[in-house]
Structures are given as C-alpha cells and as structure tokens.
Ligand binder design. Structure first.
Ligand code: GLA
Length: 374
C-alpha cells in the first residue's frame, strides 16, 4: 500500500558510481535494430552520469539546450555554450546527435513575437514577414553551426491539436503565419543541411484523430515538395497506454506514406492517470513496468526498418521531467534507478528472464487505491 505524495521532493541527482561491470550495454544489445539515445543536460557529461551515458547510449539529444529560448535569448545574440559542450562530448565519443527542436510554441525567447518597441506583433503581412525572417535567421544560424554533428532534427514540435477543426495548434506561430512557418522551417533547414533527417515531432501520435491530422499534414507537405523525412513519436507513455497494437498501426501508417519513424522521447510513467500521486512506488509496480518495457521493445524490434532510432527522455530516475511542475509527484519512468542501477525496466528489454515474477492484477490494485487524489 502506498501513501499519498505529500511533499515537493524530487530525487536528488545520484552520485553513486555506476561501475556495472556485469551489466550488458543497452545500445550494444540493440545495435542491429536502432541507435539508443538519451535526453541529457550539462551535468550528464561528467562523473557517474557520463559513465552511464557512455555505457548504454550511442546517441544524445539535449533536454533544453537546443531550444530557441536558451539558444537565442536576445535577437541575433546566440548562446551556444551548453549545446557546444554537449555536441563536443558526443563528437569525442562518436555518438549520434539529434537536434531538438528548431520550432516550438514553448521555451521561446521573449522578443520573438514582439515589435521593436516591445509590443506584441499583431496578425498582418508585415508581422508575418518579420516572424518568418526571424525563424529563417534562427534556423540558418543553428543548423549551420551543427550541420556536421546533428544527423536528425525535430524541425517542428507539437504543431497538431486534434481539438481544432483543422487540426492545427493555435500558437503565436500559427496566429502570425498560418501554417507557412512549418514549410519555411523545413525548407530552411534542408537548404543548410541537405543530408540531415528532418522530422515533425509530436506526442499522442497513436491517437486516431491526432494521427489522421498528422498523416494529412505529412502528405500535404510531401505533395508540395517540402523536404520532410520522418515523424518523431515522443512516446511519453505509461504502464497501460498506448496499446502495442496502436503503436504498430501508427508506425505502419507513416511508413506507408514513405516517411521514417523515430521514437524520440520515450518514458513509461508508473501512473495511468494525472490524478495519482504516491510517496513511494511498490516493487510490484516496478516489476510490471519491466514487463511493459519488454513488450514495447519487442514491438519496436518487430518494426525493424520502419523505426530508425529510439531515444529515452532521460537516463535515470534521479532526473526526469515527470517529477517537475505541474505534476510535482514522484515518478520512476526510466531504465535506471536513482542510484543509476538497472531496474526491472532495463532487464525487460535486455533479458526478460531476469524480470521478477509478474504481479497479479489485485497486487497492483493496492497501488492504484493509494494514489488517487481528488
Ligand atoms: C515535450 C518536449 C520536450 C520536453 C518535454 C517535457 O515533450 O518536446 O522538449 O520539454 O515536453 O518536458
């Protein structure tokens, strides 16, 4: 039985050494299928985290350092320090780099949608030209700096909103440019880095309504000659959802359109509802999570050739966005625990014979009972 989550505790960054001499390497075990990536922050390239990173991952993406706000805090003034350090680490260690993300509606700099006097730009041809010009300048600067290192870009992130009649998320980008920002972003990135894989990235891509809008957009982009190579499926998931069948169906639908698929932000929350919260996670739940990871990777492997990369949104449970605001609850969604040691989730992928006994449904029910909040 677990008690309700009461505090703001986020697991501390682990400092335990991750020698793991007898533990197989995740990426080496999967190298005939796809590279295995992790979203990282600056602290991950030193100490025990860098050991964990180098042992198990052969690809990185930056959790925040390549977003527009951090990279271009003032117009025309770029701060490449963190991104350079992480890209440099990857280069020295022969790791792949995914670039995330050139265009999003969050984590943007304050000036982006304002005029010279600091007032919000209003829709109209002038504003549109200003914003598309800023978009092009940003993409040119960033993509040309990293064109020898970044092999795949999330060019646009989260542009679909299935609650809109036309499926397009209402953002400042949309308000000021319609959907032209999407075309412009892909064309500009391609002109600078013609060999990079250019992706559209989004969450809940297995949802049939959202997926239909995304499929239509990808088809339309291809039809008008916009250089798009693939779809990034964030795959922030949980112990129950999305279903394996919906993942297979989704990947196959995009593959049939002739585009690549990448899993870009994988994690498996131990909760299946946003209302749940616990101060400790029972072993049975972590065992069940191990079976879920086993099944997810069996599914990804079965789609060999249609999924070209799998990236986790983090490395170990000491650092995950799922414990931060607005949720602010304990969650343990990754393969390694807060001491950087392998969890059942890891063994589910690498060697399911090492999984603990699978808990019965009633054993898991206690957890659900403890955690529902009003
Ligand atoms: C989205 C974004 C990521 C990250 C996560 C969670 O999935 O694509 O960059 O910000 O949200 O924080």
């Amino acid at each position: 039985m677990c008690a309700a989550w009461t505090g703001a505790r986020t697991p501390q960054r682990a400092s335990t050494s991750s020698a793991q001499a007898d533990v197989p390497s995740l990426y080496k075990s999967l190298q005939e299928y796809f590279p295995i990536g992790a979203a990282i922050v600056q602290e991950d390239i030193t100490g025990p985290h860098s050991e964990l990173l180098l042992k198990h991952f052969n690809s990185i993406v930056m959790e925040n350092a390549m977003k527009m706000g951090p990279l271009q805090p003032k117009e025309g003034q770029f701060d490449f320090a963190t991104a350079d350090a992480l890209v440099g680490f990857a280069r020295v260690h022969h790791m792949l780099v995914r670039g995330h993300t050139l265009v999003w509606y969050k984590q943007n700099p304050d000036w982006l949608f304002k005029d010279a006097s600091g007032k919000d730009l209003q829709p109209g041809p002038e504003s549109k030209a200003i914003v598309l010009g800023r978009l092009q300048a940003h993409i040119r600067a960033v993509v040309s700096r990293y064109k020898d290192d970044v092999y795949a870009w999330d060019v646009v992130n989260e542009v679909i909103d299935p609650t809109q009649a036309d499926g397009f998320r209402r953002t400042k980008w949309y308000e000021l440019t319609g959907t032209d920002y999407i075309d412009t972003a892909f064309r500009t990135a391609h002109a600078i880095a013609p060999h990079a894989k250019l992706n559209i990235n989004d969450y809940n891509t297995t949802d049939p309504v959202k997926r239909r809008f995304l499929l239509n957009l990808v088809s339309a982009l291809k039809a008008r000659g916009v250089p798009i190579d693939g779809v990034g499926h964030q795959m922030h998931s949980n112990i129950d959802a999305p279903s394996l069948a919906s993942i297979v169906e989704t990947i196959n639908m995009f593959a049939s359109l002739g585009v690549d698929n990448q899993i870009t932000e994988l994690d498996v929350s131990v909760y299946d509802s946003p209302r749940e919260s616990c101060s400790s996670i029972p072993e049975d739940v972590l065992a069940e999570q191990g079976y879920r990871y086993r099944d997810l990777f069996d599914t990804f492997r079965s789609l060999q050739g249609r999924i070209s990369a799998v990236t986790f949104w983090g490395m170990a449970d000491d650092h995950t966005w799922l414990t931060k605001l607005p949720r602010k609850r304990l969650d343990l969604p990754l393969l390694f625990d807060t001491n950087l040691q392998p969890k059942p989730a890891f063994w589910g992928i690498i060697d399911p014979r090492r999984l603990p006994r699978r808990p019965a449904a009633e054993e898991l029910r206690d957890f659900q009972g403890c955690s529902a909040s009003q």
